[in-house]
Design a protein around this ligand. Structure first.
Ligand code: GDP
Ligand code: MG
Length: 414
């Protein structure tokens, strides 16, 4: 049971709330990943102030607002670059689609138009990638390009190149900066640079040195065309776990506004333990905020307390987590095929596929009691809304941890 919430439930006196207002920020920081959480600094301040002044209704409304904002947050990501740079491949990789998938962006298609194309994320319809071609065509005009593609729509811009960045890229970057948006340079195909170098210089080849050379070259090239201190990420669309892609993910997360981070974190591909962990932290933060809200609500007279979490809802909750981590039924089938094994065999290896053993855990009542014992005495028996609320909290956490651990286990297997 979470210490902060237990301490909160134990004693809702003004004095204790003031003490908790001091502990709130450090505790929150310990829950979230170093890329940040979903509460903005303003919201954090408001919650802290509400605790300090004992205004629990304010605290509940702040948490509710933040949760709703994260739920509704849409994300529009612009991907700019010349034909052949790897835009479509990058977009497919982030949508978790193979190039052969029906909904994937056509790869290797020579672009002749300036038309932008939206690609929705298959799992998260609120996320759209926009393929913005045309920067390499003769009729490209940096002055009017951003207006034409509706720059205000996008959350950030990824400027992609597979060789050197062009003057057009630099002009665009400057314009994007002028309109107050963020941009990131991504140099694709470093896998093939490495391959070529190794083939041509097998005796002197050093991976690290080649990568450094590409980085220095991009930096010099961009500073030549007038971009000072650009941030460049070297990636391979064929192998996101390698090179700078994890760093790109973390940077994007960190620089997005809090309420959008949650959406972005969910779409991170399971490429490493670190990315699985980031996702787990965001989902855990959400569970924690829901629980803190419930705890506060229980102290507010006449505030309706909704803690319904019946069996179908529990099943849905586990399903949602499995979906977030790519362990839904369809993915499991695909993974089993890839590993040349059966779905039955996967059932033996992954705990999250057995809903019943997760809900029928005997340690559950003891855990609920432990977290709420002082409250229990005052507020009544096991049917009290608070106790029910804490069952939800513990069960959600158990589902989440099981699914995240399974995702890590699977990553090792693959
Ligand atoms: N080796 C390698 N090839 C890539 C990479 N990204 C894209 N490609 C290939 O480069 C070609 C052009 O890619 P595409 O995504 O269609 O580029 P777009 O024209 O910018 O959309 C295709 O043959 C891709 O398979 C990469 O990171 N590494
Ligand atoms: Mg394309």
């Amino acid at each position: 049971m979470d210490q902060f919430i237990s301490a909160f439930l134990k004693d809702s006196s003004e004095k204790n709330l003031q003490k908790l207002s001091v502990e709130f920020l450090p505790h929150y920081s310990s829950l979230i990943s170093k890329a940040g959480g979903m509460l903005s600094p303003e919201t954090l301040n408001c919650i802290q102030k509400a605790l300090q002044e004992g205004k629990l209704t304010d605290m509940v409304s702040q948490i509710q607002k933040a949760l709703a904002a994260a739920e509704d947050a849409s994300l529009k990501i612009a991907v700019i670059g010349e034909s052949g740079a790897g835009k479509s491949s990058f977009i497919n990789a982030l949508r978790g689609l193979s190039h052969e998938a029906e909904e994937s962006a056509g790869v290797g298609v020579v672009e002749t138009t300036m038309h932008r194309t939206p690609y929705q994320h298959p799992k998260y319809p609120q996320v759209t990638f926009w393929d913005l071609p045309g920067t390499g065509t003769p009729n490209f005009l940096p002055d009017t390009y951003l207006e034409k593609v509706g720059f205000a729509d996008y959350d950030f811009f990824i400027i992609i190149s597979s060789s050197r960045f062009s003057l057009n890229d630099a002009l665009l970057a400057q314009k994007i900066k002028d309109v107050g948006k963020k941009f990131y340079f991504v140099r694709t195909k470093v896998d093939s640079d490495l391959y070529n170098e190794e083939k041509t210089k097998p005796t002197t080849f050093k991976k690290k040195r080649v990568l450094q050379k590409i980085r220095d070259y991009c930096l010099a090239n961009l500073s030549d065309v007038g971009v000072s201190e650009p941030r460049i990420f070297l990636i391979s669309n064929f192998d996101l776990a390698d090179f700078d892609f994890p760093k790109l993910e973390e940077t994007l997360l960190m620089e997005l506004p809090g309420h959008k981070r949650h959406t972005f974190a969910l779409l991170l591909p399971n490429i490493s333990d670190a990315s699985i962990e980031i996702k787990r932290r965001f989902l855990k933060e959400k569970i924690w905020l829901e629980a803190l809200k419930s705890a506060a609500v229980s102290f507010i007279p006449l505030m309706p307390f909704v803690s319904g979490f019946d069996l179908p809802q529990q099943e849905q909750c586990l399903k949602d987590y499995r979906n977030y981590f790519g362990l839904d039924d369809e993915s499991i089938k695909e993974i089993a095929e890839k590993l040349d094994t059966s779905v039955e065999d996967m059932r033996g290896r992954l705990k999250c596929l057995d809903f019943w053993s997760l809900v029928k855990d005997d340690s559950m009542p003891a855990k609920v009691m432990k977290g709420t014992e002082s409250f229990y005495a005052v507020m009544g028996g096991p049917e009290s809304s608070v106790i029910q609320g804490f069952k939800v909290y513990i069960l959600c956490l158990r589902f989440l941890d099981t699914v995240a651990d399974d995702a890590k286990h699977l990553l090792k297997m693959i």
